[in-house]
Design a protein around this ligand. Structure first.
Ligand code: SAM
Length: 290
């Protein structure tokens, strides 16, 4: 195995470096990622043809370095070989076909094993369809959850979706264009008619983000037919519960005061209704007087 003649610019350390690659626009690769591809002793990828195409595009040659395919189907056989290399102290990169490895892509078990074996794990971060879609969706970005691909069959999909209905943040799904309209319909039924966004062909020529309610989006794609390209689907969190009315607070306090002291009743009702304890305590005194 002959090492690249280039001067090492990537700051690669012995161990495994996860390399993010473009999700459509070939220019979306970082300088550090390209340096890592030039410098690594061993290159590991989901698909060797995709990796070679990316390297060709940027004039990076293998120069005798191994290029090894690692994916879900050969993980058991290939992992020991990769760990053997890593224990010898090589610099190794791993890239999936597009975007960030491990995000709906292989690499998790490899990364987990590398951590378990005390080998250094690093990354050259970059494109990820889920994060880009979130930033363009107009939906809350302070809290979000990546939910991956919903199951293709309707019943399983509804069960899967119902597990996310209480998530207090934007939920991000990857979905195939063929299943988009059906999935939006199921989401409307499971989540209620929340705001949503469909991000399509990100970073590519026909990039598009369509925003609207789940019902409107489902109707649009049912009529327009399956769109072309790759899709990220995002759903807004549930609307916050409306603030409790005086009547609701008083009813809760009466029930609590039947068995508790004013202090305990106020504490419990304040916690349940998410209200300031002092305000509820004052109200509890008035209710007790009544
Ligand atoms: N690891 C990738 C990442 O970081 O986003 C995801 C790989 S996953 C196998 C492929 C799915 O990601 C596609 O089916 C689609 O849902 C989403 N995706 C990838 N590229 C996309 C793009 N350019 N526009 C919209 N969605 C994209």
């Amino acid at each position: 195995m002959s090492k690249s003649k280039n001067v090492a610019k990537s700051q690669l350390r012995p161990g495994l470096t996860l390399v993010a690659t473009p999700i459509g626009n070939a220019s979306d690769i970082t300088i550090r990622a390209l340096d890592a591809l030039r410098d690594a002793d061993v290159l590991v990828c989901e698909d060797t043809r995709m990796a070679r195409r990316l390297m060709d595009m940027h004039g990076i040659t293998l120069e005798g370095r191994p290029l090894i395919a690692y994916h879900d189907h050969n993980a058991a056989a290939t992992m020991p070989k990769l760990l053997h290399f890593l224990h010898k102290g090589v610099t190794m990169v791993y890239l999936s076909d597009a975007g960030t490895p491990l995000v709906a892509d292989p690499g998790y078990k490899l990364a987990q094993e590398v951590i378990r074996e005390g080998i250094n794990l690093s990354s050259t971060p970059g494109a990820c369809a889920a994060v880009m879609a979130l930033t363009l969706s107009g939906l809350p970005s302070d809290r979000f959850m990546f939910a991956g691909f919903p199951p293709p069959k309707r019943e399983a999909r509804r069960t899967f979706l119902s597990g996310f209905s209480a998530v207090p943040g934007t939920i991000i799904f990857y979905e195939s264009p063929r299943r988009l309209a059906g999935c939006l319909t199921d989401m409307g039924e499971v989540f209620g008619n929340r705001e949503a966004a469909v991000a399509r062909e990100l970073t590519k020529m026909f990039e598009e983000v369509r925003r609207g309610s789940l019902t409107d989006l489902a109707a649009h794609y049912a009529e327009a037919g399956a769109p072309k390209g790759e899709i990220v689907l995002l759903v807004a969190p549930p609307a916050p519960a409306p603030p409790a009315t005086e009547e609701v607070i008083d009813t809760a306090l009466r029930t609590a005061l039947a068995t508790m002291s004013v202090k305990d009743a106020a504490r419990e009702v304040a916690a349940t209704l998410n209200l300031p304890r002092k305000q509820v305590y004052e109200r509890a005194l008035a209710v007790r007087e009544e």
